[in-house]
Design a binder for this molecule. Sequence first.
Ligand code: ZN
Length: 362
Amino acid sequence: MSFSSKAADMSFMSRVFSRTWSVALWTTGFVWFFGLFFLPGIFLFEAGSQNAVAESTVSHRIIAVATTGMVADMVRAVGGENVEVAQLMASGVDPHLFKPGRHDMLALIKADVIFYNGLLLEGRMTDALARLGDAGRHVVAVSSNIPQDMLFVKPGGATSLQEGHPDPHVWMDPGLWALGVDCVADALCDEDETSCAVFRQRAAVYRGEIESLVSYGNERLTAIPPSKRVLITSHDAFRYFGRRFDLEVVGIQGISTESEAGLREIEELVRLIVGRGVEAVFTESTISPRNIAALRAGVTARGNAVADGGELFADAMGAPGTAEGTYPGMIRHNIETVRAALLGTDNVHKQNVEASKDENTE
Ligand code: ZN
């Protein structure tokens, strides 16, 4: 395709040149005159193009495609100015349901290297990614460094998956996600050996930033009493988050209020919330809040109340340009939202008062 389009360009160019040649004979006189005006313009153009070359310090830019925002954030951090990253799934897009369109396929075909989460997160892209891999394209799953025994493979656990498949939501544990940074650095080094040292340097900085989220989360969530450490959300995206930060996780996607089984499950959850005095339940940015609303209504019907804990970022980051629009920002948002809601407003207030007292006495 590229050869025939080049040939077409050539014949077009030769037509243009022959036309120009005949016209040129008529216009020679004018050119002498107008040349006086054109010459300064030509020098300006030359100067402009020299500036453009001087500004670009990177000789070769790698063209990369990343599926989710979390993967793209990692590739941008490690690749820096050496890599042009096209992110397929925008903020708020559900990766389980995302199907690449024509525009996305073109980006995938054009890319030097393609980064994706893996573990069947991008369920509807599986065929496309496999075909690209079979065709010898550089396709990298950033979850491929995670040891098998660190993955959840509980039947019926992740509702959107077939039984026996690992839970793909590995970015929810920053300790696991940090392992993916080397996958990205290795792949970029394969693409551009001369910049490898820079990629490794940036990878170390980004890995450090991600790893620090583990101690940050543990510190911030430690005040939540054991009985109240229950995280109830719209779907099963938080099991890795829960394991890392010692929270019991219950996802309720798939529960239908129209079936008897669904109603029974809701009733069980209502009993759990009332019995344990759970302060809040959470919605997710990519999932309809319908089930969470049904659950809260069920608790209210029992004469109790459970707060809307706010929106968590599970399968997609926040809008670009906001704090939550980066991977570390997204995780910090989740930690702070869970902390505030599960402690309950009064407790957060008490804690802040205690903290300021400590600071004053020190
Ligand atoms: Zn999910």
